[in-house]
Design a binder for this molecule. Structure first.
Ligand SMILES: Nc1nc2c(ncn2[C@@H]2O[C@H](COP(=O)(O)OP(=O)(O)OP(=O)(O)O)[C@@H](O)[C@H]2O)c(=O)[nH]1
Ligand SMILES: [Mg+2]
Length: 358
């Protein structure tokens, strides 16, 4: 799963990318067009289980982030950037709310709602280009020969076009599963789930939780397929330089319960519709990523296609029950391991051992 970091120029995108992926970009790399990196999804459940299993290896879930550079006007229609943005599953739009007279603002003042709209417009214009071209093609084809499938696609795209012309991003529209399937192949930019990341000034750190109200962004937060999250790039960059104990001390000094980094990664994970199940053993304790609603046999496939193919049963317990019991044997004695079949819907935080043939 890949998430693209976008936004107006000089909003703190590359800084955020470095914080999320713990990448150390040198001056030359920092100016490269595109950065790709992996962010570890912090997981306290996995940490706790690893303390009792003492495995050789602990493996966290991860999300890929791509820093594509600033979207100035017409920039979203620039083809090199588009290739990158089209491939991602979700977008993070970094909105600048930190005041700093030494760093020029693309629009001259701090207004996150306006900046969110102007980035959306670029995405919308791009989708409109693509839809117009496809509709032209469809009309030509339909003139030659009637085709109910193409006719359906045309009706759907016309509905999308009308929405886009009214400046509504496609992520705010509802589609049937069948329509979604047709739309997926277009990889429309305005249809990707969006996380608005408010980059606050460090004078606002103590009021992180009230950022949405303070900046009157309630409307932004209420839109479908979007989430809003506040962080302070400057403070996060400082945190990233510290060891765990020092970072914890600094966070409590600011009254922060969780780092912006972890909150942001967590938010992306949720926005992407993802959950984790865990596997535990002497060799490895590991978090695996699946889509919410995935069945046990699908989850097996996340580990290996052989386990999916040879699936017999899933032995399931919840992470906190296993932790309480202290071992699989003790959990079994307490009747807290249950056997589930292929169709069991895996829950976030399930610990699973798969029984399989072959
Ligand atoms: N005061 C303050 N400055 C920041 C913050 N985040 C980033 N900056 C500064 O803003 C400038 C731009 O930061 P970048 O992270 O490079 O921004 P960007 O969005 O990647 O910029 P482009 O890729 O050029 O569009 C740098 O000088 C950063 O040090 C922040 O939270 N507070
Ligand atoms: Mg940058």
């Amino acid at each position: 799963m890949k998430t693209g970091i976008i936004g107006l120029p000089q909003t703190g995108k590359t800084s955020l990318f470095k914080i999320l992926t713990k990448a150390h970009l040198d001056a030359k790399a920092a100016h490269a067009a595109v950065h790709v990196g992996v962010a570890k999804v912090a997981d306290a459940r996995l940490d706790a289980l690893a303390r009792i299993f003492e495995p050789k290896k602990v493996t966290y879930a991860s999300i890929d982030y791509v820093d594509v550079g600033g979207i100035a006007k017409d920039r979203a229609r620039d083809s090199a950037m588009l290739v990158e943005v089209r491939q991602v599953d979700a977008l993070v739009n970094v909105l600048r709310l930190f005041p700093d007279p030494s760093i020029p603002h693309a629009a001259g003042s701090l207004d996150a709602a306006r900046d969110a709209d102007s980035v959306d417009i670029e995405l919308i214009l791009n989708d409109l280009d693509q839809i117009t071209r496809r509709l032209d093609r469809l009309e030509k084809d339909l003139k030659k020969k009637a085709d109910p499938l193409l006719e359906k696609e045309k009706t759907l795209l016309e509905r999308c076009k009308a929405a886009l012309e009214a400046e509504t991003p496609l992520r705010q529209m509802e589609f049937t599963p069948e329509e979604s399937k047709v739309l997926t192949s277009f990889m429309f930019l305005s249809r990707k789930p969006m996380l608005f990341a408010l980059n606050l000034g460090d004078d606002e750190v103590a009021e992180m939780e009230r950022a949405v109200a303070r900046h009157k962004l309630e409307k932004l937060a209420a839109k479908p397929n979007t989430a809003v999250l506040a962080f302070c790039g400057k403070v996060e960059a400082e945190l990233a330089e510290l060891d765990d104990a020092e970072a914890a001390e600094m966070m409590s000094g600011y009254g922060l319960k969780e780092s912006g980094r972890n909150r942001l990664i967590d938010s992306t994970y949720k926005l992407l519709g993802l959950i984790s199940f865990l596997t535990c053993g002497e060799q490895e304790c590991r978090a695996w990523t699946i889509e919410r609603g995935a069945t046990a046999v699908k989850a097996a496939g996340a580990i290996h296609s052989d386990i999916e193919r040879g699936f017999i049963k899933a032995e399931v317990t919840r992470w906190d029950r296993l932790l309480e019991a202290g071992s699989f044997a003790a959990a079994r004695e307490r009747a807290q391991l249950r056997l589930e079949g292929k169709e069991y819907v895996v829950q976030d935080g399930d610990v699973i051992t798969f029984r399989h043939s072959g």
